[in-house]
Design a protein around this ligand. Structure first.
Ligand SMILES: *Cc1c(COP(=O)(O)O)cnc(C)c1O
Length: 444
């Protein structure tokens, strides 16, 4: 652990603040809720940052050829924005490095969604294959700064994969709580491979979440779910990178999947801060897309948040199969700040959108495809107009959930419009030739 005085000096410009801005605590204190039980934000002193945080500061840090030693400030798409994320001493940062993800464009995708300009920011190209790395580099760095003896999380899969990797890099034991039988194979494989102590809970994600909170409170283990406000600070960098990638001329829309709503919350905070600091002169609108079988936020949105809904979640998009989202209040605030919207899409819409994204060579896991399916629906119902610029977030990598993909292509979905069935052939040239000729003639 850093000397306590050094830690307090390093973190002097930030504090933990309740979402209603009424309660405030030092940033070096371990806590996840305010005394009155409200969610916390990491609060930056934006007035003090105004003179030092500029577009030029961030632009000069973009380095294209990584050197032999990782320098998080120039190599990581998170720590490039460190003043707006966590002012940790640079030599204490645990980085892979993450971020610097591409913005893909493909005519098939924009045509299918129905807009002229659609870009897909591929967060599945982070070190462990999901955007969770952006939050985890910050969460684990904070854990190291505070001398945590172990870290823990409940997870639908990607959080545990990411936490396991970063904890291993930092040399801290990791405990992951996953709903038994409900996480995708690629994600479970990662948690085990990176050496996390893995507890399969007989229950759903919401049960695992309740349990891990109790465990962390009782046993003094550092909690790295998205309840933890430091993780959300890291996830803000997705937005900063988009803004910088567009030369600080924001797109009209940013469309993303919503599960626990950590990203929705982080995106809103990032945009609000960037606007307050004058990095951008107007705000893009956020659209949070939920799976119909796990759509408590969308259901609440329909009541203009007069009612706070929750539900038993069930969707093929396991990463967003959440019935009682942790960052609910933060996400409402994000939609208010950005004049945002929410909508839900069916599993069938998700899987058909995914198959299209996959077939262009880009590829993603099911939850990510909700962005694209949702964008299309919002164009259809007139919320997004065809001449607006849309950035969709692909949150996770295609390889995370091989079962969902193989099921789609092998006849387990009734309306699999883009199924690419494998075929069995006899081991003879003649049989193969027949098959190839049949397929090539079909392609014309
Ligand atoms: C965690 C996750 C989500 C959900 O993000 P929230 O911030 O919890 O809304 C979506 N997609 C993937 C691939 C994820 O791993």
């Amino acid at each position: 652990m850093l000397h306590e005085k050094t830690l307090n000096e390093a973190l002097a410009t930030i504090s933990l603040r309740s979402i209603d801005e009424q309660e405030s605590y030092p940033a070096g204190q371990i806590r996840y809720l305010s005394d009155s039980g409200l969610l916390l934000d990491v609060a930056h002193d934006l007035d003090a940052l105004r003179s030092t945080v500029t577009r030029e500061l961030f632009d000069q840090r973009v380095r294209h050829a990584p050197g032999p030693k990782i320098d998080p400030v120039t190599d990581s798409g998170v720590w490039r924005y460190r003043e707006l994320i966590l002012p940790a001493p640079v030599n204490s940062i645990v980085s892979r490095p993450e971020g610097n993800t591409p913005l893909y464009e493909h005519p098939c995708m924009s045509e299918w969604v129905g807009v002229n300009s659609l870009y897909l920011k591929h967060e599945g190209e982070n070190p462990t294959g999901s955007f969770k790395d952006r939050g985890m580099t910050v969460g684990v760095t904070q854990a190291v700064l505070m001398g945590a003896q172990a870290v823990a999380c409940a997870s639908t899969g990607n959080t545990s994969a990411s936490m396991a990797a970063y904890a291993a890099r930092a040399g801290i034991p990791a405990f992951v709580f996953i709903p038994a039988g409900k996480i995708a194979a690629g994600k479970l494989a990662q948690a085990l491979a990176y050496g996390a102590h893995t507890l399969q809970v007989n229950g759903d994600f919401d049960d695992a979440m309740r349990l891990v909170q109790q465990v962390c409170e009782q046993l003094g283990i550092y909690l790295l779910n998205s309840l933890n406000p430091f993780r959300l600070e890291g996830q803000k960098s997705i937005v900063f990178e988009i803004l910088q990638g567009f030369d600080w001329n924001p797109p009209d829309w940013i469309v993303l999947p919503g599960g626990n709503l950590g990203n929705t919350a982080a995106f809103g905070k990032a945009l609000h801060e960037a606007h307050t600091l004058g990095l951008i002169d107007h705000l893009p609108r956020l659209a949070t897309i939920q799976a119909e079988g796990a759509s408590p936020f969308y259901q609440s949105y329909l009541t203009q948040f007069a009612e706070h809904k929750s539900m038993k979640a069930n969707t093929v998009a396991t990463a967003i199969s959440i019935g009682n989202p942790v960052s609910y209040e933060r996400a409402i605030r994000a939609l208010k700040w950005t004049n945002g919207v929410s909508i839900s899409v069916t599993d069938e819409e998700i899987m058909n959108a995914k198959a299209l994204i996959d077939s262009t060579g880009i590829g993603c896991e099911p939850a990510s495809a909700a962005s694209v399916a949702g964008a299309r629906k919002l164009v259809d119902n007139g919320t997004i107009s065809p001449d607006e610029t849309v950035v969709g977030i692909l949150t996770g990598n295609l390889l995370k959930d091989p079962t969902a993909t193989v099921d789609y292509h092998t006849g387990k979905w009734p309306n699999a419009k883009l199924a690419n069935q494998p075929v069995r052939v006899e081991p003879t040239l003649a049989a193969v030739q027949t098959e190839i000729e049949r397929r090539l003639s079909k392609a014309h």
